[in-house]
Design a protein around this ligand. Structure first.
Ligand code: 8YV
Length: 327
């Protein structure tokens, strides 16, 4: 009988997942719902054969190089892998996996919720009622913008981008997208999506922009100040991907000057810190990185982590291996 691998989990996961992990592996859990301290993280890297981190753990080169030789796998709980130095992991022969697919629909739902909340001033209206300042219905008060008939520009037509496109079609929006590569013609046809090879040209013609690409060195500040200036002043932006894709300082400045109509943000450049100037704006809807936050989604993600570890331990290639070249 083989010795069970030592698996260290950095955050509290759903109970069913923790139970399953304890059955299958020699599992060290984190009972507190707070991230490990840097010292605890170093201990984990020195001990674990398999590390299960989340988006809140920064697994940088220094940490990977200081890891013990027993560390063979990083099975991340989440889809984005921008918190892991993949090159450093590859150099050390550490296999990295993620949990794609299972949070697609939830994240697309939340993107649609943010889009609607931003254009129709849902959060602002809620604040008005709660404040006790609401004086009654008025023909010209609390007006937002209609979304049907408007152009949605999706930056990153992958799994989540396509799921968003299907929803937005049902709301009567026209679908546009920019990607490095054009998607399969069949998908383009199904979504009735228009491809823009030039991001700059797309930005200049949209009513709403949604960020659905991963954060990689190539997408860091993809929406730079120069590109944000291409947007028309009535344009809204929603982001459920990663804060780093937008220059947050430039975005905040333009939102406060009315050069962009509004923004719905689920992610920020320096999470959990949020630019204090954003907090003072009425034309933004701010959420605490909730895109995939459903009970079902978290269990599905945990199951993927378990399958990835189990497959790897049994000597096979895990289904969700992350290869730098594919990013
Ligand atoms: C998760 C996410 O909450 O999967 C991602 O990339 O940003 C979120 O869905 C988070 O990553 C959990 O680690």
């Amino acid at each position: 009988d083989k010795k069970k691998p030592l698996v260290v989990v950095t955050r509290k996961l759903p109970d069913v997942i923790e139970t399953r992990m304890m059955e299958l592996f020699d599992t060290r859990l984190n009972p507190d719902d707070v991230p490990l301290t840097p010292a605890q993280m170093q201990d984990a890297m020195a001990l674990a054969e398999v590390l299960v981190p989340t988006v809140t753990d920064r697994i940088d080169r220094a940490l990977i190089e200081a890891a013990g030789p027993q560390l063979r796998m990083i099975a991340s709980f989440g889809t984005g892998v921008d918190h892991i130095d993949l090159k450093a992991a590859r150099e050390r022969g550490i296999v990295v996996t993620n949990t794609p697919g299972v949070l697609t629909e939830d994240t697309a739902d939340m993107t649609m919720a943010l889009l609607l909340a931003t254009a129709r001033r849902v959060a602002e209206g809620e604040r008005l009622v709660r404040s006790g300042q609401w004086t009654g219905w008025g023909p010209t008060t609390m007006l937002g913008h209609r979304i049907s008939g408007k152009r949605l520009g999706i930056l990153g037509m992958g799994r989540i981008g396509s799921a968003l496109a299907r929803r937005a079609r049902a709301f009567g929006m026209s679908i546009h997208y920019h990607n490095r590569r054009r998607v399969h013609p069949e998908l383009e046809q199904e979504l009735e999506a228009t491809y823009w090879a030039s991001l700059d040209q797309m930005l200049a013609r949209m009513d709403i922009i949604s960020i659905n690409c991963p954060h990689t060195p190539a997408t860091y500040h993809l929406l730079s100040e120069r590109r944000l200036k291409l947007l028309r002043p009535h344009c809204y932006i929603v982001n459920t991907s990663r804060g780093e894709v937008i220059d947050e300082v430039a975005l905040t400045r333009m939102l406060s000057k009315g050069e962009i109509a509004g923004a719905g943000l689920d992610v920020f450049e320096h999470e959990p810190a949020v630019n204090p100037k954003l907090l003072r704006l009425d034309n933004v809807v701010l959420l605490p990185h909730m895109g995939s936050a459903t009970i079902e989604g978290r269990i599905d993600m945990g199951e993927k982590v378990v399958i990835n570890i189990k497959t790897f331990i049994d000597g096979h290639t895990p289904p969700d291996r992350v290869l730098e070249a594919l990013l």
